[in-house]
Design a binder for this molecule. Structure first.
Ligand code: PEP
Length: 245
């Protein structure tokens, strides 16, 4: 019922030459899973024109539609450039720019208003996990970052343990199952069952071809948000293939 999603976050990587990876990825785009690439903002418009069956997204947006916010980009600007998704509340934004849950919620509302699907990121630090606070942290982040009005069409939740991002370390499948199970429960408690069941839950953090199938076999994992291994079709294609089964 939920369409699987393989989402790539290129972060601050890529100039025009990197768009050739989209052409190489087209072959992988024929399966049931949806493929999304979130390139740097400078590449969204050119990526949109050669994306074919691949969806294009932004990596952040401002909560306002326009105004005196030097260096920022708004949700309507992303939409006009060809994006249909936007990643919000990534741990690098939370750490580097001090983004709070309330700001993520405001950005999410702006994304929805512009017709974008928000991929809202939540995840614990290693200190949180070692202190036994993982579920509490996720509960607080989800409650504060997801505004009322979430649906399967406008919202995706990405569970990204901060300690697994770019480190090569991944949680055990039991640990992933625990958090994804909790996320589904929390959504169900807040929304009606049908709406909660329609929201896709992605796992993110050091996903690569060699571990993807094992992660995708976990209950309530509807795909992945992938950083480093999304930069080339050679690395991302096999992850998409694992998602397609
Ligand atoms: C990310 O930053 O969203 C991410 C999952 O990165 P990586 O796959 O490189 O760990």
């Amino acid at each position: 019922m939920r369409r699987k999603l393989a989402a790539g976050n290129w972060k601050m990587n890529g100039t025009n030459a990197a768009l050739a990876e989209l052409d190489r990825l087209q072959e992988a785009a024929g399966g049931a899973a949806e493929i999304l690439i979130c390139p740097p903002a400078t590449l969204i418009a050119p990526a949109g024109t050669r994306a074919g069956r691949i969806a294009i997204g932004g990596q952040d947006c401002h909560a306002a539609a326009s105004g005196a916010h030097t260096g920022d980009i708004s949700a309507p600007m992303l939409r006009e450039a060809g994006a249909t998704y936007v990643i919000l509340g990534h741990s690098e934004r939370r750490a580097d720019h001090g983004e709070t849950d309330a700001q993520v919620a405001a950005k999410t509302r702006a994304a929805w208003d512009a017709g974008l699907t928000a991929i809202i990121c939540v995840g614990e630090t290693l200190a949180d996990r070692e202190a036994g606070q993982t579920i509490d942290v996720i509960r607080t982040q989800l409650a504060g970052s997801l505004p009322d009005g979430g649906t399967g069409a406008n919202t995706v939740i990405a569970y990204e343990p901060v300690w697994a991002i770019g480190t090569g370390k991944i949680p055990t499948t039991d640990q992933i199952a625990e958090v994804h199970g909790f996320l589904r429960e929390a959504l169900t408690a807040r929304l009606d069952q049908q709406t909660a069941d329609a929201i896709r839950l992605l796992y993110g953090g050091s996903v690569k071809a060699s571990n993807a199938a094992e992660i995708f076999a976990v209950d309530d994992v509807d795909g992945a948000l992938v950083g480093g291994a999304s930069l080339t079709a050679g690395d991302f294609g096999p992850i998409v293939a694992a998602l397609n089964g």
